[in-house]
Design a protein around this ligand. Sequence first.
Ligand code: KMT
Ligand code: NI
Length: 180
Amino acid sequence: MRAYYFDNLPGDQRLPHDFNPSRPVDPDTLQSIKVESWYIPVEGHEDKLDGVAKERDYRNRDVIEISKNGLGDIYEEKLKGFYKEHIHEDEEIRYILQGGGFFDVRQAPSDQWIRLAVSAGDLLVIPAGIYHRFTVDERNLTRTVRLFKDEPKWSAIYRGTESESNPHRIEYIKSISVAA
Ligand code: KMT
Ligand code: NI
């Protein structure tokens, strides 16, 4: 996984949006906003992924293919939805099987976007309460395992007044201020 500051320029969300020269984000910065990642080669990943799932109490999972093929007519609409800034009340855990994409996460308190470029083998954990969004890249394909603590339910809370007062948002902000 590569992490760098998003260039904030208009244009296709599927393009890298890397500054020139690039402004990489170091592991300490990712740690300070509670983003975690591992690399597990896809070939023979099952046991290792099961290990992480067991250790962190992720009891459910499904596989989703974000592509024209996988989603058909709703592909473009889904892409727009994933790219709308939101939070969740649980961690977002993704293991990329094929293709890749970009998870953009907001660094607090500066509110700068950090772009996480993921490809096959990347396991990414985005904490509850962090503002983020997702897009496929120019490959137009992300096949990913979604891991869940409980039932595979997934609701997004879009950024606004309500998200700001959400207890998981407040808890997240508190947790990163103490850690800093
Ligand atoms: C989310 O909530 O941001 C997503 O599930 C993105 C799609 S999974 C790569
Ligand atoms: Ni999300």
